[in-house]
Structures are given as structure tokens and as C-alpha cells.
Ligand binder design. Sequence first.
Ligand SMILES: [Cu+2]
Length: 280
Amino acid sequence: MCARTTNLERQMADRQTEHLFDLIDVNPTFTHHLLMRGGQIGKVLKLPPWLVAILTQQPYARKDQLNLTDHEKERFLCAYSILNANGTLGNLVAIHAQMHQQHGTIRFLPWHRVFLLQLEMALRAIHPDVAIPYWDWTNPQEQSIPAWLQNVTPTVNTPNGPISVVRAPGSPADLATTAANVPSILQNTTFNDFTFQLEGVHDFVHVWVGGSMSSIPTAPADPIFWMHHANIDRLWWLWHVSAQGQGKNPNLSGLAAQMDPWNIAEPQTRDIGALGYTYQ
Ligand SMILES: [Cu+2]
């Protein structure tokens, strides 16, 4: 497990297919075998366009959960349950339970960007067409638990014991009230103000979902955690490419700029295109 993590760390700045190669020691998948054949296979076989896009290393899209087809939902949930069964998910939940100065600091956004990529690389090693969907709770149509997740409450085995996902969501009106802060948050002109306010809204959404999501050591067991954080990551990207946010990054240096336990430095987290994904 340690060897795999080290490989992942080393490759993090590289493109998506190269991340996938690194998982092969521990969880060999047919995706790896396909990607190892790379461009060669694309020349001799006719393949679906989405697979050609992966083989030619084009950025993949994280989509609004509202727009997923039934097939896309099924593929995401299936890959998620495989990562639960093989321990990958439980290990990530345990990392989130540790102290990495990832909450209440200016590391919040870059740290969680790296954290999401860890799960997403593992998901895509199972199903290469899957990305983490985002739950856009700023959209009035999404101000409740998405219907397709209501019965998805897995028990996740972690090194610290099993976590059975439970929820006790608040009212759509409460979620709407909090989400209404987002337009003014996007008007901030300093990174520190922006991240401080966005993290506050993020905290409230955790509390709103309730149950496992309300507690740091258990939250990532719930698939909605990853979709909530993809939305936070998306809002950060929206701000980052806006006139207000352009060129503004967290003022981190030395050890504080290292997104431990991964060997990724904050500057490597700034461009989602370089990390291999986009928001759609
Ligand atoms: Cu967190």
C-alpha cells in the first residue's frame, strides 16, 4: 500500500493515464491493460469516442449530478462500491480523519482538490469513463438530497472500524438561504476572504446533510461528500478564472505548501486542466 501511495505521489502532476498506471501494482484492472496499449490500439481497432478521448489524454468532464444519465449514475456507484470493497475508500476516509491542517486554514481548497483526485483516479481505474459528479446545491432544483442517492447509504470499512452512512437532511429553504451567499462570495477580491467565506458555506452544507456528513472522521464515507466537495472545487475554479480571482492563490510556503500526506505542492493544484479535468 505504501509503495503504491509513493508512486501516486510521484506521478500526481502527470496526466491522468499515467496516474492510472500507478494503481496497477495493487488493483490490476482491465482499464490499465487498455491504457498500456495506448495509441497503438486506437490505430488498429474502432473504439467509442469517449475511450479515444481517454487514450489521447484529453481532459475529462465532471458533470452536474442533475444531468447524469441512469447509466452514468450506475457506473459511478458501481465503481464506488468496488473501492469500498477493496479498501481504497476506507483508507481515504481515514486520511481525512487525520490532522493535515485541511480545515479552517487556507489549505482547505488545495488540500481537498488533491483529496478528490485520489478517489477519482481510483474510480477511473475501475471505470475509465467515470468522474466525480458535482452536487450543485446553489441550483434550486438541487436543494435536497439527490433522489438517486437517497438509498445509497453504504457501510464503509476503514482502518479505524466500519462507518454506516446515515443522514438527517434539513429543509430545502435552509439550504437555499445558505446557497444564496455564493454570488457575493464570488465577488471577493482576495483569496483569504474568498476561501474563508466559501468554507463557511461548505461547513453549513455538511451540517445540513447531517449524520455521517456532519463529522470530519466519517463524512467521506458518504458518496455525497465527494459530490459536495466537487461543487466547492468548481466554485473555486469559477472564481479563479474570474476577473476577481485571477492570479490569486493561497500564500503558502515551506511545509504548509505541501499537501500531505501526498507529495504535491500547492502550485501544482492551481490549474485543473493540467490535473486532467474540467467542469461541464
Ligand atoms: Cu474535509
